[in-house]
Structures are given as structure tokens and as C-alpha cells.
Design a protein around this ligand. Structure first.
Ligand code: FAD
Ligand code: UDP
Length: 365
């Protein structure tokens, strides 16, 4: 270890890895500190029985940014995985996102897009004017039948609140298609890095010095004095000692089982939108990589309220939290020689490609 670096990067997740790779390639000296015992942040995968297990939730890479796709392909080969989850409600399966296969299953007389539209349009009429909350937004998108079977329960479990009290934008992420296309994403590129995300991130960090099990806040002044520039990817409010108040998060609990069978659910992601189950989805990891192991590993994903010490998974971007985050952002711009980047430090619901895009667009001085 040397005494002084050009860059100190706090956090070995995807944002930290992209900056570290770019700075190292530009000839800068870089030290990365990571409080966990491993690299890769929330995209960390761990090989168990030859299957790459997504330890912090299932991750599917998808993007429409050409530069991000070109960049990330330098560190991994991507397979042809296309996310096409199914939802199980009342013992029946439905394709997600909502498309002609879903509509034909919901309404017996649906064959063509016009048949589906007839049903959707007659149900949509219930909402007059601009939708005021998620419930109204969902009904105006696909009608009450689909809302009650495939959206209501999932969303209320996920966010811990009635849909009538949630902001409409959450549901805008879900595409609605009048084609027989089960692809969850509309993006140009999609896939899973062959060999797992951890291996991909290892390649990004090649040649970079990393200290694991090292928390920035345990020695903040020393770490700050060690580099010209700091890239901070930890929680925004924690950096400022919560002086304006705590930002809100949703957490998750995972229950993972190894099963002595080859195929448990026939699909990587199965959603459970009903209130009869406490979990929202079951992940069968092997299907992400077309793995033929005689065993399988499944993870049940349970949404949970966040308490201090839990993992912070989802930002809760309602008006109150966005206002608080803005308060912290005005403090952040006054801090000299430090960039706040990524999901935790920007308090944004970023996908992986958004995080890489942000890090690629940053000037390396
Ligand atoms: P992180 O991965 O959280 O990395 C931050 C790192 O900083 C962590 O390793 C943390 O330990 C470390 N750190 C924090 N504080 C300190 C400190 N004080 N000292 C040292 N280290 C510190 N995106 C997609 O594109 N596709 C998906 O399918 C997808 N699925 C998702 C599923 C779930 C359940 C969740 C929650 C997110 C999903 N995402 C998905 C989003 C994706 O996980 C994020 O965009 C990405 O991981 C963010 O990377 P990051 O580097 O900003 O943050
Ligand atoms: N959603 C839903 N039913 C489903 C899956 C998702 O109603 O079967 C809604 C839910 O409100 C969720 C949002 O769509 O919060 C976004 O879900 P997605 O799985 O795209 O997001 P992720 O959790 O992967 O970030």
C-alpha cells in the first residue's frame, strides 16, 4: 500500500468498479475500500453446486445504451437469456409483463389485439382524468381484472402500503404490449454474464488495489487525507451523519434452498402477486445460465420494512424522501473533491446500466 492515491473509491459495487477501471486505465493510482467481505456490491453472485446464486436478488442485465453495452462486454461474455417471468395467481399462470398471452388467459374470448383492447378499454373507463395514485394508474393501464390479480397484491407486499397510497410512477416501469411477446424488457440488449456477475466485476477491478472489510466511517479523516479525489458510493444520509434526518428504504429477506432435483419451476423468475403468500417472487438461479446441474437452488424473496442495520435495497422515492434527498444533495455539492455516485449515494432507483452510464459520463481528472 502506498501513502497517497489519485482516487479513493468507497464501495466495490458496479459504480465503484466502473470508475476504478476507468481511472486505472487512465494511469491513475486507485484504492478501493469495501465494508463487506466481497466485491461486486448487490450484483454479487456466489457459485454453489456449480450454480451462480444471485445473493442480493436476481439481476438481469438490460440496456439500450450502446456505449454501456460495448463497455460491459469487455469484461464478460453475455448469454442470450431473456427475462420472461410468469405470475401465479389462484393456481393459474400468467405471462408477465402484460401482453397478448396474458390477455388471452384472463379473457377467454381474446385472440386478436382488438379483442384484448375491447376488454381493456371497457375496464379503463372507470378512471376519469389523470390517475392520482398507483391503483388508478394500474386500472387506467390494464383495467381492474388484471390490477386485482397481478398488480395489487404484489405491489402492496413490495412497498408495504395500499396501492391507493402509492405514487403512480412505480407501475410505469411495467410495459403493456398487444403482441405475443413475453420479454419483460423493451431494451435493445439483454443477457446474463456467463460465469456470474462477480467474475465480471473481478475483471473490471484487474490491477486495482482493494481493501475488503474496511468501512470508510471507521476512519473517515484518514481515508479522506489519502487521495486527491474521493468517489463515495455508500448511503447519502450516512455520509452527513443523518443531520437532516434519515432517508427511507425498503429491505428484503431471502430464503434460499438447495433441492435435490433438476428443475423446480421451469423458469428463472416466478412472481406470486397474491396476498396468500408473503413472498413476491421465487428465483431458480440455474435458469439464468441454462445450467444443467442435477441439483437446483431456489430463493424466496420476502419484502421487509427497513430497520437500522438491514440491507438497503429499494429507495422510497415519495415526495418527502425526495425533498430530504435534495437537502443532502445541496450539502454534497459543497464537499470539495468528492463525487457521490450510484444507487445509495444518489438515492435513485437505478438499474445496472444507469449506474454504468453515470460512471462512464464522469470526467476522470
Ligand atoms: P451497490 O451495489 O450497493 O454498491 C455499493 C457498495 O458500497 C456496496 O458493496 C457497499 O457494501 C459499499 N459501501 C457502502 N457503504 C460503505 C462504507 N461506509 N465503507 C465501505 N464500503 C461501503 N438492476 C438491473 O439492471 N437489473 C436487474 O434485474 C436488477 N435487479 C435488482 C433486484 C433487486 C432486488 C435490487 C434491490 C436491485 C436490482 N437492480 C437491478 C439494481 C442494481 O442492484 C443496482 O443498480 C446496482 O447494484 C447499483 O450499484 P452501486 O454500485 O450503485 O451500489
Ligand atoms: N409489479 C406487479 N406485479 C408483478 C411484478 C411487478 O405489480 O408481478 C409492479 C410492482 O409495483 C413493482 C413494479 O411493478 O414494484 C416494478 O417491478 P419490477 O419487477 O420491474 O422491479 P424490480 O423489483 O425488479 O426493481
Amino acid at each position: 500500500m502506498v501513502e497517497h492515491y489519485d482516487y479513493l473509491i468507497v464501495g466495490a459495487g458496479l459504480f465503484g468498479a466502473t470508475i476504478a477501471e476507468r481511472a486505472h486505465r487512465a494511469g491513475k493510482s486507485v484504492l478501493v475500500i469495501e465494508k463487506r467481505s466481497h466485491i461486486a456490491g448487490n450484483i454479487y453472485t456466489e457459485a454453489q453446486n456449480g450454480i451462480n446464486v444471485h445473493k442480493y436478488g436476481a439481476h438481469i442485465f438490460h440496456t439500450s445504451y450502446d456505449d454501456v453495452w460495448e463497455y460491459i462486454n469487455r469484461f464478460a461474455k453475455f448469454n442470450r437469456f431473456t427475462n420472461s417471468p410468469i405470475a401465479v395467481f389462484d393456481g393459474k399462470i400468467y405471462n408477465m409483463p402484460f401482453n397478448m398471452n396474458t390477455f388471452a388467459k384472463i379473457w377467454d374470448d381474446v385472440v386478436t389485439p382488438d379483442d384484448a383492447l375491447k376488454h381493456i378499454e371497457s375496464e379503463r373507463k372507470e378512471i376519469i382524468g389523470t390517475p392520482k395514485n398507483l391503483e388508478e394508474q394500474a386500472i387506467s393501464l390494464v383495467g381492474r381484472t388484471i390490477y386485482e390479480r397481478l398488480i395489487k397484491g404484489y405491489t402492496e407486499k413490495q412497498w408495504g402500503r395500499p396501492c391507493s397510497e402509492l405514487p403512480a410512477f412505480i407501475i410505469k416501469r411495467l410495459p403493456v404490449r398487444l403482441t405475443y411477446d413475453n420479454n419483460y424488457f423493451d431494451d435493445k440488449y439483454q443477457g446474463i454474464p456467463i460465469g456470474g456477475y462477480t467474475h465480471m466485476v473481478e475483471n473490471m477491478f484487474e490491477g486495482v488495489e482493494i481493501l475488503l472489510n474496511t468501512d470508510f466511517f471507521e476512519n473517515r479523516e484518514k481515508f479522506k487525507s489519502m487521495a486527491d479525489y474521493i468517489i463515495y458510493t455508500g448511503p447519502l444520509d450516512e455520509y452527513f451523519d443523518y443531520q437532516l434526518g434519515e432517508l427511507e428504504w425498503r429491505s428484503l429477506k431471502f430464503e434460499t434452498k438447495t433441492l435435490d432435483k433438476e428443475n423446480y419451476q421451469g423458469c428463472a423468475v416466478v412472481n406470486y402477486p397474491g396476498h396468500d403468500k408473503d413472498y413476491t417472487r421465487v428465483i431458480e438461479h440455474k435458469h439464468f445460465e441454462f445450467n444443467t446441474s442435477p441439483k437446483t437452488i431456489v430463493t424466496y424473496e420476502y419484502p421487509a420494512a427497513y430497520k437500522k442495520g438491514d440491507e438497503k435495497y429499494y429507495t422510497v422515492n415519495n415526495d418527502a424522501n425526495n425533498k430530504l434527498a435534495d437537502g443532502y444533495r445541496s450539502l454534497a455539492v459543497k464537499e470539495p473533491n468528492i463525487v457521490f455516485g450510484g444507487r445509495l449515494a444518489e438515492y435513485k432507483y437505478y438499474d445496472m446500466d444507469d449506474v454504468i452510464k453515470k460512471a462512464l459520463d464522469l470526467d476522470i481528472k
